[in-house]
Design a protein. Structure first.
Length: 318
């Protein structure tokens, strides 16, 4: 199956909604996995838990599919590979299925959508072209992502660093992302004047205790091995690529490192594993390299099948 996603065969995308549907059907009969996550942080004070189960599942189906397609479009649009491939969409759902966010519509899935759109605008910036539009839209989308999951506010700092990586310093381009964020936040003062406190308090939790250390360790090891395999290929391609490719690849690598650092700090300071989900989008850009243009494809393919198996077994684990 994986080899079809690695080829330029768009019809393979039909498997994405089918796999998401299968995952949601398993949740209907074995619903305990969804109960691992607790807490809501969206600044609009929307109670996603109050949404009827069937409607929440429909919402999850829609957003997981949209995000999978968007991250794949980002990968192909910015030519991270020599031809169109569809591994990013497959990897996205395999990673998201490891988290309860894949089963109910919530702020984390919506945050992913706006984060992907923000990253797309950031990568659209070219060295010798005016970047005011892209800078503003990137800030607007990251602001909307922040309004649903406040941890994204810290990516504004990263946006500035990325912008300066691609373009020389232009004051208007540096300040426009801030205006984009402010526009998406201006109405929040009417809902909660102290919403900014959510930027320093992280209350959502994700508890995998009932799975035990070994069951929790396996997906971490699998993803780490895929990252190491993918990183080797990334370094090889970077050495032979154009300056623009090197710059946008640097943005992706730095975003991944930034996501890991933020997630690790929150885990240490607030004892919450929940926020590592913000790195899933960027992993979908890195991990396809673990399979593409390697001699021993059975190694990364086997690791991806392990993730698929874990996403099924978790429903039967008690």
């Amino acid at each position: 199956m994986i080899k079809y996603f690695a080829n330029n065969e768009p019809l393979v995308l039909i498997f994405i909604p089918l796999m998401v549907l299968g995952h949601l059907f398993l949740d209907i009969y074995f619903p305990s996995f969804e109960l691992l996550a607790q807490g809501q942080e969206n600044l609009w004070e929307v109670d996603f838990h109050a949404i009827p189960n069937w409607l929440s599942r429909v919402g999850a189906f829609v957003f997981v599919c949209i995000n999978a397609f968007l991250v794949n479009r980002l990968f192909n649009t910015h030519e991270f590979y020599d031809r169109n491939v569809y591994l990013p969409s497959l990897i996205y759902i395999l990673l998201i299925f490891l988290f309860p966010m894949s089963l109910r519509m919530g702020e984390d899935l919506i945050g992913h959508t706006f984060f992907i759109l923000s990253l797309h605008q950031l990568l659209n910036i070219k060295q010798n072209e005016d970047a005011r539009k892209q800078a503003f839209l990137s800030g607007l989308f990251i602001g909307l992502a922040t309004s649903f999951l406040p941890v994204y506010i810290y990516f504004v700092l990263f946006m500035w660093a990325s912008l300066l990586t691609i373009r020389p310093f232009v004051f208007r381009e540096v300040i426009l992302p801030v205006f984009g964020v402010l526009i998406s936040h201006v109405w929040l003062f009417l809902i909660d004047p102290f919403f900014f406190e959510s930027y320093i308090t992280f209350e959502s939790t994700l508890n995998y205790a009932r799975y035990g250390n070994i069951a929790l360790l396996i997906p971490h090891v699998v993803v780490l091995l895929l990252v190491l395999l993918g990183n080797k290929k990334v370094l090889d391609r970077r050495a032979k690529s154009s300056i623009r490719y090197k710059r946008i690849l640097n943005i992706i690598v730095y975003t991944l490192l930034f996501s890991i650092i933020v997630g690790a700090l929150i885990m240490v300071l607030f004892d919450s594993y929940f926020y590592f989900t913000i790195g899933a989008v960027v992993l979908c850009i890195i991990l396809p390299y673990a399979y593409l243009e390697v001699k021993n494809k059975w190694i990364p393919a086997g690791l991806l099948y392990v993730l698929l198996a874990l996403n099924i077994i978790k429903f039967f684990y008690s």
